[in-house]
Structures are given as structure tokens and as C-alpha cells.
Design a protein around this ligand. Structure first.
Ligand SMILES: Cc1cc2nc3c(=O)[nH]c(=O)nc-3n(C[C@H](O)[C@H](O)[C@H](O)COP(=O)(O)O)c2cc1C
Length: 219
């Protein structure tokens, strides 16, 4: 082997952190997420809004990828993507989704299960307008998840778009691009501890209007 990598079997982190008690939790998982997201940002984690989104096709075959969470509030978590991408087509046929925030450096992870639906076109347009000009063109240039013959083809398409919409000119929102909002059904907060005696507290949505139940899971 040209490069001698460390053996992952002997890699071991010792997690030292404060215990997570049921009485510490906020009333709703989104409030609790707000606290932990704040901690992750304060601790200087790079891209704490990066999350792994897992979808499945109608035969139950899963696929995962990282995306950036761009908004969260009591309604759920929003990310933007191409609706014709693999995730986009899988979510159109099967809206069940899992999100995972891997905040390894602070020995935490948050796992969400729920369902995804498209955000309104106005909300998508409002966000699209905040993106840098180059990213707006990129959203048009890429038929996300399709096979292309070369990088040159992609760049060619980008250059054509840059000519059509020079810097300063408004780029229209691509019809195949937009947001998904994930409405949570359960949200697990995982806090790592020594001897693998981690805390796992999971909010589970009760029947309509009855709020959230919290349960502790064995690590
Ligand atoms: C840190 C990071 C952030 C990303 N953010 C996004 C994003 O916000 N939206 C997106 O569509 N793809 C994003 N990607 C690319 C996706 O991981 C993925 O390659 C792409 O969405 C195509 O996925 P699919 O073919 O499974 O649909 C990001 C990748 C990384 C590593």
C-alpha cells in the first residue's frame, strides 16, 4: 500500500461531557435543537448545519447524502436541492426521510425521522435570491444526479448561462430546484459519555395536538 493509514479498529475517543437529564430538555424538540445548534456553532464546529439526509426508493432501497439545512423552526427543517435529483425523485414517491447531524467534535448527534414536502415557490424564490450569483447559475447548469460525459460539458453549460445572465442581472429560479421541509415525527438527542454509557433521549410525536413524549433509549 502506498500510504499507511491508522487502523480504525484501535481508534477510540473518550467522551467527557455533562450528562443529559430528562429535566434539562426543552418542551419541544425544535427548541432543544435550537439550544444544541447554538452550542455547536459556539464551539466553532465547521458547517454545523450540514446534515445527512437518507431517503429510500419505493422498494425500500436507501440512499444518503449530505446537504445544508437552511432554516429550522417549529414546522421543521428546510434544505434546498434539485427536485429531479435522486433524493428529489425518491422523496416524491416516498416522503419518509431521516436526517442526521453528526456533531462528532462535541460528542453529539441529532437524528430526525419524519416526512418531507416541497416548500412553497415563494419561499424557494426568497431563498434563491439570497444565494450568490454563481450558485444561482450553478443550480441551472447542473442536472443533478444525471450522468455527464465530462467536467468540460458542465463548464460549457455554466459559461453559456453566465453570458445569458451576467453578474448583476436577476437569475430566474430554476423550476426543477427548490426546498423541502422535513416535519419531524421523532427527534433523538445523543450525547456521548465514557464507557459507552451515552445518553439518548428521543422526542416522539403524540397523536394530533397532544405534544411530545420523551423516552430514554439504551446506548
Ligand atoms: C457539505 C456538503 C453540503 C452539501 N449541500 C448540499 C445542498 O444543500 N443541496 C444539495 O442538493 N446538495 C448538497 N450537497 C451535495 C449532496 O451531498 C449530493 O451530492 C447531491 O445533492 C446529489 O445527491 P443525490 O444524487 O443523492 O440526490 C452537499 C454536499 C456536501 C459534502
Amino acid at each position: 500500500m502506498p500510504h499507511e493509514n491508522p487502523d480504525p479498529a484501535v481508534m477510540r475517543e473518550h467522551y467527557r461531557s455533562v450528562l443529559l437529564h430528562e429535566s434539562d430538555l426543552a418542551a419541544t424538540p425544535m427548541e432543544q435543537f435550537d439550544r444544541w445548534f447554538g452550542d455547536a456553532a459556539d464551539r466553532g464546529l465547521p458547517e454545523p448545519n450540514a446534515m445527512v439526509v437518507s431517503t429510500a426508493d419505493t422498494d425500500g432501497r436507501p440512499s444518503s447524502r449530505t446537504v445544508l439545512m437552511k432554516r429550522f423552526d417549529e414546522r421543521g427543517f428546510v434544505f434546498y436541492t434539485n427536485y429531479t435529483s435522486r433524493k428529489g425523485t425518491e422523496l416524491a414517491a416516498n416522503p419518509h426521510v431521516s436526517l442526521l447531524f453528526p456533531w462528532h467534535r462535541i460528542a453529539r448527534q441529532v437524528i430526525v425521522t419524519g416526512t418531507a414536502e416541497r416548500v412553497g415557490r415563494d419561499e424557494t424564490a426568497a431563498y434563491f435570491r439570497t444565494r450568490p450569483h454563481g450558485s444561482q447559475l450553478g443550480a441551472w447548469a447542473s442536472e443533478q444526479s444525471s450522468v455527464i460525459p465530462s467536467r468540460e460539458k458542465l463548464m460549457e453549460r455554466y459559461e453559456q448561462l453566465a453570458e445569458r445572465y451576467p453578474e448583476g442581472e436577476q437569475v430566474p429560479v430554476p423550476p426543477q430546484w427548490g426546498g423541502f421541509r422535513v416535519t419531524p415525527v421523532s427527534v433523538e438527542f445523543w450525547q456521548g459519555h465514557e464507557n459507552r454509557l451515552h445518553d439518548r433521549l428521543r422526542y416522539v410525536q403524540q397523536e394530533e395536538g397532544r405534544g411530545w413524549r420523551v423516552e430514554r433509549l439504551c446506548p
